[in-house]
Design a binder for this molecule. Structure first.
Ligand code: AMP
Length: 541
């Protein structure tokens, strides 16, 4: 006999709580068919039940996978809950992936139906013929905006749910039931599927709302700019209803500085989260327009390292505290968070304080972390020793979806692919990705540090560094540089720039000036493609 109740940690329980306790709180969205849609959580969950009836009417059953090609808005929110709480899997797909990757993951995920935003209908019209298992499409709009589409068996979202009542008996689900599926962006090899469960989602949600993480409360107004097609929008579409925070979603406008500024001011946003690119877009708009963002008191940067300019400008010019989060698709995504600084950190002199705040942060409770050397030996947390980051915990992947290879190491830890050091206070700082580390003469060189150094040159627009095979040193760094428009620079001037800034043996062996560099669908430099592109490169004798 278990002495305490073993209630299942399901998204259904979160939804029921949100409807009963926070039902009157607003949900505001920008959509392709409405510049400002507004309703409440109570309205949302009533429509979720209509949609659940519709899902079963079109023949979907527990265990089926339903895909979404959608931005952050209220209809996407409804699909999230209706699908997962019906015992089905909500497979969110990044529309920026390359067509072959989309084809691969729709088929690998065994998606039965696809919900598609108006703006992405043309993308699917060009791809539906390579998706043999997909039975039909639902266009996320109303009758007035329903396009004339070549998609087979296409339905209009509003017409579909209008046929059904808001009475629905939710199934009792085991907390380990799969709830959502997201594929890694695929910097190496084929994309791999990460299947989240109701339990992993709920536990991640509890952890993320803690005061020293997102610190989300009923008094907040949250603007998740991180897309719902990437790791469940960092869980904010669960944690906002859980806490009763008002939820504002920017729809297709998430990269538009002006829209973000307007939403922040008109909806009185207090907290937001996104990747560096969106913060740079907002900063740029604020500078050009002279606007302010009085209500916003904190924002989270994640998905890539936080550039100093974001941290500094938002804090000093706009009074917004900048927090950093680190994580990944395989971690639901939260791993570490650098939020409200404890006393030890606040007491530091300004330059050291800034350095501390720019680190990726400390593991949140629930994430166990270690750094290891090449022999899998744990390294000390001294702020200097750098090693491969391994993690384990209840919202970390156990097994990639339908995957033949090994997901965890022999001791049950997940190797993140990142290289980092951790200081005595537990602050982790990423120094490289395992696959991007250059091993020269048995020693590691950080490609990230070399890239950062190169882009600090006033004439450089973008730079990439990859390790290329070398006859003497096994690998040496090759620097690829895109110059600012109208600028010129010689190889010697570029390589001379590194003198005195990095260890002599780190200075790239060679430098090539290029017009473009390949990126992944999420905007990161694709080292895999760069290495493939320069496979025939040979060092000058
Ligand atoms: P993804 O699974 O596509 O979200 O990518 C996860 C990877 O993005 C991590 O393994 C890191 O390499 C990188 N990443 C995420 N957050 C940060 C951060 N705050 N700083 C540096 N790199 C990050």
């Amino acid at each position: 006999m278990i002495p305490m109740m073993n209630s299942q940690l399901t998204i259904t329980s979160l939804m029921k709580h949100a409807e009963q306790i926070n039902g009157a709180v607003e949900v505001v969205s920008v959509t392709a068919d409405n510049p400002r849609h507004r309703y409440t959580y109570r309205d949302a969950f009533a429509r979720v039940r209509q949609l659940a009836n519709a899902l079963s009417a079109i023949g979907l059953e527990q265990g089926d996978t339903v895909a979404t090609f959608a931005w952050n808005d209220y209809r996407h929110l409804e699909i999230y809950y209706a699908v997962s709480c019906s015992g089905m899997v909500c497979h969110t797909i990044n529309p920026r992936l390359f067509p072959e990757q989309i084809e691969y993951i729709v088929n690998h995920g065994r998606d039965k139906w696809i919900f598609v935003d108006l703006t992405m209908v043309p993308l699917l019209e060009s791809l539906h013929h390579v998706m043999p298992e997909v039975k039909g499409f639902v266009v996320m709009t109303d009758q007035a905006h329903m396009p004339d589409t070549s998609l087979p068996n296409a339905h209009c979202y509003e017409a579909l749910i209008a046929e059904h009542t808001a009475e629905f008996e939710w199934p009792d689900l085991d907390e380990n039931t799969p709830s959502a599926l997201c594929y890694t962006s695929g910097t190496t090899g084929n994309p791999k599927g990460v299947m989240y469960t109701h339990r992993s989602t709920l536990l991640h949600c509890y952890a993320s709302i803690a005061p020293d993480v997102f610190g989300l409360s009923v008094t907040d107004v949250a603007l998740p700019i991180v897309p719902m097609f990437h790791v469940n929008g960092w869980g904010l579409v669960y944690s906002a209803p859980m806490t009763g925070a008002k939820l504002v979603m920017p729809g297709p406008k998430m990269g538009c500085g002006e829209t973000l500024c307007t939403l922040i001011n008109e909806e009185k946003i207090t907290v937001s989260a996104g990747v560096p690119t969106v913060w740079l877009a907002l900063l740029d708009y604020l500078k050009k327009s002279g606007s302010t963002i009085e209500s916003l008191n904190r924002l989270t940067v994640g998905g890539a390292a936080c550039p100093f300019v974001i941290y500094d400008d938002f804090r000093t010019k706009y009074g917004v505290d900048v927090q950093q989060g680190w994580g990944m698709t395989e971690m639901n995504p939260l791993g570490t968070f650098n939020g409200n600084a404890p006393e030890t950190v606040s007491a530091l002199p300004a330059d050291q304080y800034d350095k501390m705040r720019l680190k990726q942060g400390r593991p949140v409770f629930g994430v166990e972390m270690k750094i290891v050397d090449a022999d899998n030996k744990a390294l000390p947390w001294d702020g200097i020793s750098a090693g491969a980051v391994k993690v384990r915990g209840p919202w970390i992947i156990n097994e990639y979806y339908n995957y033949d290879g090994q997901t965890l190491d022999d001791d049950g830890w997940f190797e993140t692919g990142d290289v980092a050091c951790i200081d005595e206070y537990g602050y982790m700082q990423i120094t490289d990705r395992v696959k991007d580390v250059i091993k020269s003469g048995g020693e590691w060189i950080s490609s990230i540090e070399l890239e950062n150094c190169a882009v600090n040159h006033p004439k450089v627009a973008e730079a990439a560094v990859v390790g290329m095979p070398h006859p003497t040193w096994s690998e040496r760094p090759l620097l690829l540089v895109i110059l600012q428009e109208g600028e010129s620079l010689t190889r010697e001037e570029m390589l001379g720039w590194f003198e005195g800034k990095v260890a002599k043996w780190w200075i790239p062996e060679e430098c090539l000036f290029v017009d473009t560099l390949p990126h992944t669908a999420t905007g990161k430099l694709s080292k895999k493609d760069i290495r493939a592109q320069y496979a025939d490169f040979s060092w000058p004798s």
